[in-house]
Design a binder for this molecule. Structure first.
Ligand code: IFM
Length: 433
C-alpha cells in the first residue's frame, strides 16, 4: 500500500467499547442469577462489582480521551431500568442520562447499545425470546430508553451479537435462559429481528432521525478438512447464517436461515426492510468447522494454522479474515462500523501488533471501497468475560481486580499514536513494553 493508503481520514472515528454488565458492577439480572446457579466455567466466580464503572465513569472517560478516542461505546442495563416488568426506575434513567451527557460534553460520541446479552430476570419467565411477547417487552423498553438519547448524535445499537445469544442461550443452553432447542432458536431469531424493528419505531417516534444498527459477531470460517465436501458446505452455510442472515433481514426484509440439523426459517418481517443505517461488525477470529455424523452434526475449533500462537483465550490470530469479511460487507451498500475488535492478551505485549495488523485490514478494505467509518477497540478496560469470568484481559487498560486501579498497557501508547496522527506505522518494539 502507498503512504497515502496508510492514513486514516480525519472523519474516521477511533473509539473504545464496553458493556454495562461487564464493567458497571452491582447489577442483578439473568446473568447474576446464572452465576449463583454455578453455571460459569468456575462455579464460584461472580461478576459482583465488576470494575465499578458505575462509580468511576468520569475517570474512565478520561482514560478513553487519554488514548485519543472520540467515541465511547456503552450499553444500557435493562435490568437496572426495568427491574420488574412495567416498573421503570426513574433514578436510574436520570443517572444514565447524566452519564451520556457528560460523555458528550467531554468530547466522546456516545455509541449506545440497548441490549448487550443481559435481561431482567422477569424477561425469561414472562416473555422469553421464543414467545411473541418478547417483541412487545423490548418495544416498551426501547420507548423508555429513547429520551435518554435526545440531542446526543449517538450511534445506536439495538442488539449486540444476537447470534451469540441465540446459539449460546437457545441452542446450546450455555447462557441464560439455558434452552437447547433448535425450533425455539429459529423463532427467537425471528422475534429478535422484529424487536429491532419495534425499537426503531420507538426511537424514531421520540428522536425523529436516529442512526441505528445492530452489532453482529462475525467469524471467519474454514473447513477443518479442506478436501471434505460437508465441511466445506458447513462453511458456506455457517457464514451465511452466522455472519449475514440477520443483517440481510434488516436490509432486504427477508429473513432466510438454513442451519442443517438445527432448523431453518424463511419469513418476510414487516418493517425490517431498510431498518438499519449501518452495519455493525464485531470481529475476533476464525473457526474451523467439521461435519460430525451425529447431532449437532457440527463441531468447531480454533487452530494455530500459521504458527502465530493462539490468543490467551485460545482464539486464532487471523486478521486476514477481518479484511475478508469487511469486503463481504460491501454488498449491503451501507456504512460499516467496527463496533468491537480486540485481543485477550494477559501480558499486554502482543496487543500493539494485533492493533497494527487489524487496523491494516481496515485501511486495505477502505482502499478497496468498503465504507468503514469507525473502529471501536474492545475493550477500554479489562472486564468480566461472561462464562470465562475474570481470566481474560481484553483491556487497553489493565485493571487490578483487587484495587480496581487502571494502568495503561503498551497498546495505549500505540492506539493513541495511530488515533491522533492518523498514520498506521508499525509499533516500535518499545511500544511492546
Ligand atoms: O466480551 C465480549 C463482548 O461482550 C461481546 N463480544 C465479544 C467480547 C469478547 O468475548
Amino acid at each position: 500500500m502507498s503512504a497515502h493508503d496508510m492514513t486514516f481520514p480525519d472523519n474516521f472515528t477511533f473509539g473504545v467499547a464496553t458493556a454495562a454488565y461487564q464493567v458497571e458492577g452491582g447489577i442483578e439480572n439473568d446473568w447474576s442469577e446464572w452465576e449463583r446457579a454455578g453455571k460459569l466455567k468456575e462455579p464460584h466466580v461472580r461478576c459482583g462489582r465488576a470494575v465499578d464503572h458505575w462509580n468511576r465513569y468520569e475517570e474512565d472517560y478520561g482514560l478513553a480521551l487519554d488514548v485519543g478516542a472520540t467515541a465511547f461505546r456503552v450499553s444500557l442495563e435493562w435490568a437496572r431500568i426495568e427491574p420488574e416488568r412495567g416498573r421503570i426506575d426513574g433514578a436510574v434513567l436520570e443517572a444514565y442520562r447524566e452519564r451520556l451527557l457528560r460523555m458528550k460534553a467531554r468530547g466522546l460520541r456516545p455509541v449506545v447499545t440497548l441490549h448487550h446479552f443481559t435481561h431482567p430476570t422477569w424477561f425469561h419467565r414472562e416473555t422469553p425470546w421464543h414467545l411473541p411477547g418478547s417483541v412487545e417487552s423490548f418495544r416498551a423498553y426501547a420507548r423508555v430508553c429513547a429520551p435518554l438519547l435526545k440531542g446526543l448524535d449517538a450511534l445506536v445499537i439495538s442488539l449486540n451479537e444476537p447470534m451469540v445469544l441465540l446459539l449460546g442461550g437457545y441452542l446450546q443452553g450455555l447462557m441464560p435462559p439455558g434452552i437447547s432447542d433448535g425450533a425455539k432458536t429459529m423463532i427467537a431469531l425471528e422475534n429478535m429481528v422484529r424487536a429491532h424493528v419495534a425499537a426503531r419505531e420507538e426511537l424514531q417516534a421520540v428522536l425523529g432521525k436516529v442512526e441505528l444498527g445492530i452489532s453482529q459477531n462475525m467469524l471467519a470460517f474454514a473447513p477443518d478438512r479442506w478436501w471434505h465436501p460437508l465441511d466445506r458446505a458447513l462453511v458456506r452455510l455457517g457464514a451465511q447464517a452466522y455472519n449475514h442472515a440477520f443483517h440481510e433481514a434488516l436490509v432486504s426484509g427477508h429473513l432466510r436461515v438454513n442451519m442443517p440439523g438445527i432448523g431453518s426459517t424463511r419469513v418476510d418481517v414487516p418493517g425490517a426492510r431498510g431498518s438499519c443505517d449501518f452495519i455493525g461488525m464485531n470481529y475476533y477470529t476464525r473457526a474451523h468447522l467439521r461435519f460430525i455424523p451425529r447431532p449437532p452434526f457440527i463441531s468447531f475449533q480454533y487452530r494455530d494454522t500459521r504458527g502465530r500462537g493462539l490468543t490467551d483465550i485460545g482464539w486464532e490470530l487471523w486478521p486476514e479474515g477481518f479484511g475478508q469479511i469487511l469486503r463481504e460487507l460491501k454488498r449491503y451498500g451501507l456504512p460499516v462500523w467496527v463496533t468491537e475488535n480486540g485481543v485477550d492478551d494477559r501480558e499486554g505485549q502482543r496487543r500493539p501488533a494485533y492493533l497494527h495488523n487489524h487496523l491494516g485490514q481496515v485501511l486495505q478494505a477502505r482502499a478497496q471501497g468498503v465504507d468503514v467509518r469507525g473502529y471501536l477497540y474492545w475493550s477500554l478496560l479489562d472486564n468480566f468475560e461472561w462464562l470465562e469470568g475474570w481470566g481474560p484481559r481484553f483491556g487497553l487498560y489493565y485493571v487490578d481486580f483487587e484495587t480496581l486501579e487502571r494502568r495503561p498497557t503498551p497498546a495505549c501508547h500505540y492506539f493513541k499514536e495511530v488515533a491522533t496522527t492518523r498514520r498506521l506505522v508499525p509499533p516500535q518494539p518499545s511500544a511492546a513494553r
